[in-house]
Design a protein around this ligand. Structure first.
Ligand code: SF4
Length: 445
């Protein structure tokens, strides 16, 4: 097998995986490799996988299976991401043509793993259980020119019974605040205007390193000092760890956007307990009420799972009620599917697929009604939009409000990367349509 000159990384799943792909791409380019036009034409193909949903796993398994059937193969093939951690050497047994398996905690070893495969002509496995801070974040190859993601904590200690993350990404490891600030400054110097702080549970930031005296809200205050940084977002939060200090930071900090992803997962206390979410509906609602009192213009997002084992119709109705009562701006809704290695896998997946689909459909309809009303209320309002790029139609520019609403409007290329005041005059599906207010540019710091 020859030394690869070109690479392609196929990414599945969450924003954390997208960021890991950027970090791996940076390492490969440092090695002198270039991005290939497609996965069919590269010397090195990496699947950066996700184990959260069954469908994402099946897609990768199908692709890997088909690749093994080809004629004499020249491409080096690797599996990274959560599936690498969940299946480890079992992947080699199933796919003898696979060259390496690289766990989520071993990204820094990508180069040495490639060398080892080339040198030994054997399959190579690297899957540490715990993450050690050793990544070249500054070398990441970014796709976007305006927004960037920055990792602040990896892993999760919450052990929700349906979730593979604690097993595929290990326990929580916070990144030193100085390293985060340095990366954010570097991004702003390169022209980035918006940074999303990433972690499975960003609100746990710093708790594993009390000697730093830097919790999540402390970090946010430090980042707010960076001149030229316009917006900071974070993803994602566990409701239990959302503190009053964080809520006050959202109210007080110039850069911090008024949008919180606040996943409730279910509206029934019995199901929440079975999910090991460690809060009750009442505690959750109290947090929402406090957040809305401190930050009246805040928008909320959520994740919800329907059809969790033993969920009754009445318990599902409690979830519907929570959705109506809380009125999220965005809701990511899923039908439960058991994931190998999780405690919930041991339970009978007893809700028939057609019942799960019907429940999902009902929630989608409730959410659509709420979103529709919210969009109507926005007609005539003028909102601040950070312009990201041209929309897919090629005619409009696309950007987001501070509350994460997508807005399109007519404008020029020079507006990309600027803040514009846009008056909303319509909407199409989830997207608001507007017009730039004359003299609408907001001077950037
Ligand atoms: S908080 Fe729960 S759902 Fe979120 S990553 Fe951790 S274990 Fe998974």
């Amino acid at each position: 097998m020859k030394d690869p000159k070109t690479y392609f990384i196929r990414t599945y799943g969450c924003q954390m995986n997208e960021l890991d792909t950027e970090i791996m791409a940076g390492q490969l380019e440092k090695r002198g490799m270039t991005l290939a036009a497609s996965e069919e034409e590269c010397d090195l193909l990496i699947f950066n996988t996700c184990s959260i949903r069954d469908l994402a796993e099946r897609k990768v398994m199908g692709k890997l299976g088909r690749m093994g059937r080809g004629a004499k193969r020249q491409t080096l093939i690797g599996v990274a991401g959560c599936m690498a951690m969940a299946k480890k050497e079992a992947l080699f047994r199933k796919f003898p043509h696979l060259d390496f398996v690289l766990g989520t905690n071993n990204l820094a070893e990508l180069g040495t793993v490639i060398d080892e495969v080339l040198y030994s002509q054997r399959q190579v496995l690297r899957t540490e259980d715990r993450f050690v801070e050793n990544l070249d974040y500054l070398g990441a190859k970014r796709e976007d020119q305006v927004k960037a993601s920055v990792s602040i904590i990896r892993g999760c200690d919450k052990y929700c019974t349906y979730c593979v993350v604690p097993y595929t990404r290990g326990e929580e490891v916070s990144r030193p605040p100085e390293s985060i600030v340095e990366e954010c400054r570097n991004l702003v110097d390169k022209g980035y205007k918006e940074i999303t702080l990433l972690g499975q549970n960003v609100n746990s930031y710093g708790k594993d390193r009390p000697e730093w005296s830097a919790l999540f809200h402390d970090l946010l205050y430090r980042l707010d000092q960076i001149s030229g940084l316009e917006r900071v977002r974070f993803m994602t939060s566990h409701p239990v760890d959302i503190t009053r200090e964080l809520m006050e930071a959202i109210r007080d900090l110039r850069t911090l956007c008024e949008f919180v992803h606040f996943p409730i997962q279910a509206g029934s206390n019995r199901i929440l307990k079975k999910m090991h979410r460690i809060y009750t509906k009442e505690i959750y609602l109290e947090k929402v009420a406090l957040l809305r009192e401190i930050v009246p213009n805040v928008s909320l997002g959520t994740d919800i799972i329907v059809g969790f084992p033993t969920e009754t119709e009445a318990e599902f109705e409690e979830t519907c009620e929570a959705l109506r009562q809380i009125r999220y701006s965005v809701a990511f809704l899923f039908a439960y599917s058991p994931r190998k290695g999780t405690p919930a896998m041991r339970w009978n997946d007893d809700i028939p697929e057609e019942v799960k689909s019907a429940r999902l459909q009902k929630l989608l309809e409730i959410q659509e009604e709420i979103s529709q009303e919210e969009r109507k209320q926005m007609l005539g309002q003028t909102v601040e939009v950070l312009v990201e790029r041209f929309n897919r139609d090629g005619e409009h520019l696309k950007g987001r409000t501070r509350c994460w609403k997508k807005v399109i409007f007519k404008g020029t290329e020079a507006m990309i990367g600027t803040l514009q005041q846009v008056t909303v005059h319509g909407y199409s599906h989830q997207t608001l349509v507007g017009e730039v207010r004359t003299g609408g540019a907001i001077p950037l710091l």
